[in-house]
Design a protein. Structure first.
Length: 132
């Protein structure tokens, strides 16, 4: 009989489509997104933007990766549709721009993804009043 600690998985669906392209990448415990779970394992959560959530972003980590035992191979999605609000950290505007083949179905709801919309509304102020 196996006796062990009960672990509950807490997964969020951040994929907006079942069609995506991913490639392998190496991750290790030096990544800023590494957290420690209740068992003391160092993990990088699924949905983490790699390598960083800024203009250097290349893709989104598909699975949670345990890096407790050293560097691990991980699936990095480089093309596909996502729900940005379901990612562990909301993507920055710079990361969204850098990942040209990553699309967000809820881009209008991402607070950091709206600089272009605010620029167009600022320049189009004269067209906001109805003409008689």
């Amino acid at each position: 009989m196996f006796v062990g600690k009960t672990v509950t998985a807490n997964e969020h669906n951040f994929l907006a489509s079942s069609k995506f392209i991913s490639f392998t990448t190496m991750v290790d415990d030096t990544n800023a997104a590494v957290t420690t779970d209740e068992l003391g394992h160092k993990i990088i959560p699924a949905g983490t933007i790699l390598p960083t959530n800024d203009a250097n972003a290349k893709g989104i980590l598909l699975d949670e990766i345990d890096v407790n035992e050293g560097p691990q191979v991980a699936p990095l999605v480089v093309e596909g549709w996502f729900l940005g609000k379901n990612l562990p950290v909301t993507p920055t505007a710079a990361a969204i721009i850098a990942m040209t083949t990553i699309h967000f179905k809820d881009a209008d709801k991402l607070a950091t993804a709206t600089p272009a919309a605010s620029d167009s509304s600022a320049s189009g102020g004269s067209g906001s009043t109805p003409s008689k």
